[in-house]
Ligand binder design. Sequence first.
Ligand SMILES: Cc1cc2nc3c(=O)[nH]c(=O)nc-3n(C[C@H](O)[C@H](O)[C@H](O)COP(=O)(O)OP(=O)(O)OC[C@H]3O[C@@H](n4cnc5c(N)ncnc54)[C@H](O)[C@@H]3O)c2cc1C
Length: 481
Amino acid sequence: MKRIAILGGGIAGLSAAWSLEKARRAGQEIEYRLYEAAGRLGGVIASETVDGCVVEAGPDSFLTEKPAAAQLCREIGLGEELFGSNDAERRTYIVVGKRLIPLPDGLMFMVPTKLVPTALTPLFSVRTKLHMAREFLFPPPPATSDESVAEMTRRHFGQETVDRLVSPLLAGVYGGDADQLSVRAVLARMVQMEQKHRSLTRAMLAARKQRGPAKFPPPLFTTLRGGMSQMVDAIASQLPPQWIHLTTEVHAIDRIEGARHGLRREATGWMVETPFGQELFDAVILALPAWGSASLLRPIDHPLAEALSGVPYSSSITVTLGYEIGRLPNLPPGFGFLVPATENRSLLACTFVHAKFAGRVPDDKGLLRCFLGGARNDQLLDENDARLTVIVLKELEEILGLKAPPSFVRIHRARQAMAQYGVGHLERIQLVRDRVDELPGIALAGNAYQGIGVPDCIRTGQEAAESALRAVNAAVGAGAC
Ligand SMILES: Cc1cc2nc3c(=O)[nH]c(=O)nc-3n(C[C@H](O)[C@H](O)[C@H](O)COP(=O)(O)OP(=O)(O)OC[C@H]3O[C@@H](n4cnc5c(N)ncnc54)[C@H](O)[C@@H]3O)c2cc1C
């Protein structure tokens, strides 16, 4: 019987476990163990219901266009629980001073594709609008090497587009800093478009023409009725409970050369050490933040550990406020707002949850989910709950004119949880892959590599499981020679 260890019980580790479980049920002679440091599974995914409202500590949904998450949900029996965002209400505002300015219609991330809304929006100055027109007529030459998202945006649409659009979008989505994030890693499609068309506006218009009009476009976001934790619970319920070890932090892993019965001398095994002892495995999947994998792999492969520890992480805080809906009379229609760093506020973004997802909040309630922290505001993590609540309520009053006290408050901190793909990320990850290829039986999964969203993490878990299975099957072949 071949043995595989999974380190980390976030969605990446759970997805790997589910892939191994399917292989086992299909007749593969394997057993596996999942080690999770915390007392619960899910990593940053955690949901609770307060006053009938689903409150998310981490992700509240996933992008519909990335199929891995919805597909996994269907496999584990949650197909009926999936539902989409309420896109008829989709409108996002940018805070400028004390005003909420809606994003102009036709904006595809930072690329304007509709003339009239772009010309009329008060979000951009005349100078920026002229810059946008020039981009269409006289686009800048494509970059020859990786650059930051801010740099690419600045070349095409000017600094104000960075400040009022791209920086707040990336801070809201990635907890990230547009001046640091790699355009090749984060916006690969834009880079391809630039190579082909030079003008991003022309490229977007061409892509839209090719797609044709979508009669019933799918919702932008998909989620689960009872919260994202449903996914965690449903996967866990399909795994043998005796193979899941909670509150079991892995302290070390070590390579054991040629020590297994039936294997040739050069075959390897891996010793996994926890506070409860040591166990030998044929393969190990590290579904941890890159900094966690780095510290375990340092004694085994120093350059690999250096490459992994060079992936920066940011932290985030969410402050979720519940209200009687009658107390939110001035809320504008839409999904919420983003706050540019140039506004010098603590808030990064606020989601109007009751508007974004119908049915997750009772009709007579309203739920505001506020984001703080991110790459530029890490010190807020040290503030206590009372202080964070005061900060958020004060800023909501200034921005929304909201004076009513909330009926409940929930605060969640995710420390060093969001990988940041800095300039040069793709080369770094290629180096990581090359080194991991030299360590038979080791596979990596999680948000540090090819996308930080839930579907990306699920995909890395599946790929890591396939890689581990290939490694143990190769070892079986070698043993048989
Ligand atoms: C506030 C927030 C909002 C987000 N919103 C969205 C969203 O709306 N949509 C979206 O798609 N994505 C979103 N994301 C991103 C996405 O949720 C994460 O990237 C993803 O869930 C990370 O999963 P993971 O398994 O890679 O890591 P994690 O969830 O961090 O899990 C890693 C696990 O490893 C465990 N661990 C660490 N060290 C050890 C050790 N030595 N031994 C054993 N166990 C260990 C940890 O305890 C943890 O449980 C959000 C993230 C955050 C923080």
